[in-house]
Design a protein. Structure first.
Length: 73
């Protein structure tokens, strides 16, 4: 899978929004309640993040649905 940034400005450097997104992922992974999370649960979490309007505006067209189905139970 390949996803492209909306435009060059959204792609340049390691923007604050991207660091904040990474921090959210690390926080989720570090949460003890997610210690036994399956790959499917993690992908669902990522799918929710990528569907947020603020992220979708920067990285449009991200849909992990087919990947979630592939790794599902």
């Amino acid at each position: 899978m390949l996803f492209r940034a909306k435009d060059q400005a959204a792609h340049w450097g390691y923007q604050t929004w991207h660091r904040e997104l990474d921090d959210e992922v690390v926080k989720w992974l570090s949460n003890p309640k997610n210690a036994q999370a399956t790959p499917e649960e993690f992908l669902k979490f990522l799918q929710e993040l990528y569907q947020r309007p603020d992220i979708k505006a920067r990285i449009p067209n991200v849909d992990l649905t087919s990947l979630i189905q592939e790794v599902g139970p």
